[in-house]
Write a protein that binds this ligand. Structure first.
Ligand code: GLN
Length: 293
């Protein structure tokens, strides 16, 4: 393609949509429009034009996306609920289905606020921070602690907390090891029992077919064991060990894992464990409570 001096944005978006469509991107026009907005820094007007520099920048991003780099990595940002967060390779990109998991944790945090308590919320395996940061940004009374085993995730969650403008303690720790986790929290002066747990642990059983998924760090996806539930089960044990009486645990799971996770929760003495569906109607997350006393 020849680089135009002064291209109509509409034409550039149209050309880009063809490129993306050719590369097998389903929502080609939508993504082309988003990328144009990203490069311009605003929503383009109908007769707007872009100079050759912007045009080249735009098509460089379109080229990356055509090579199936996830849109969030191409733009360096992702959207989650009402938040705009930084995204980068090496850290899991939050999925839309997790927005409802956040909502359940937000509801649980609000219940504590209604009882006059500033809820201490723990995000286990925080990745980009999307889950925990949603809770503290929507329920400002929240005292958020987020942990991850990945230094890149810890760094990105810290960065995102600043970017969003909310306070959070972010700690490098292995959430599968309750004692080590407790130690790590204590050394950061964050030891306390938590009222709400919000977690999206690695639970994927087999390789995901979506090409974008290969951009996520495997440690964020694969839970191990034949049912993919090894890490989710351990996260549950850690949560129970660190919970106040009457705490709520909200944990995302795979479509086929709901019943097994409900059973695991029951075995740990949790009350009324249920699995709730995502917007697509697939069983998607566990909600369970620790006993009141
Ligand atoms: N839902 C994610 C996916 O399908 C997996 C999330 C996870 O393992 N926590 O890619």
């Amino acid at each position: 393609m020849k680089i135009p001096e002064n291209a109509a944005v509409r034409t550039a978006i149209n050309d880009a949509a063809f490129v993306l469509s050719e590369a097998g991107i389903g929502n080609a026009r939508g993504e082309a429009t988003l990328l144009a907005e990203h490069v311009l820094g605003h929503r383009p007007g109908s007769s707007e034009r872009m100079d050759s520099e912007k045009w080249q920048e735009f098509f460089s991003l379109v080229g990356q996306r055509a090579r199936r780099v996830p849109l969030q990595h191409v733009m360096g940002i992702m959207y989650f609920r009402h938040l705009t967060l930084h995204a980068r390779s090496g850290v899991f990109v939050a999925r839309p289905e997790t927005e409802m998991v956040a909502e359940a944790a937000i509801d649980a945090a609000r219940e504590w606020v209604a009882r006059g308590v500033s809820p201490r919320v723990l995000d286990l395996g925080c990745g980009s921070g999307a889950l925990g940061l949603s809770v503290v940004s929507e329920v400002p009374q929240t005292l958020l602690t987020a942990v991850d085993i990945s230094p890149a995730a810890v760094e990105l969650t810290e960065e995102n907390a600043k970017f969003v403008g909310v306070p959070a303690r972010v700690i490098l720790a292995d959430a599968t090891q309750p004692e080590a986790l407790r130690e790590a929290l204590r050394s950061e002066m964050s030891l306390a029992a938590f009222h709400v747990f919000a977690t999206n642990p690695p639970y994927v059983i087999e390789a995901v077919t979506q090409p974008e998924a290969s951009a996520d760090p495997p440690a964020a996806l694969y839970g191990g064991g034949p049912d993919g539930l090894e890490i989710p089960r351990r996260f549950l044990v850690s949560a129970v060990a660190l919970a106040t009486p009457g705490a709520t645990i909200v944990m995302e799971h795979g479509e086929t894992q709901g019943e097994a996770l409900v059973e695991a929760a029951r075995e740990l003495g949790l009350e009324n464990p249920v699995t709730r569906p995502d917007l697509a109607g697939c069983p998607r997350f566990l909600v369970a409570k620790t006993p009141e006393s």
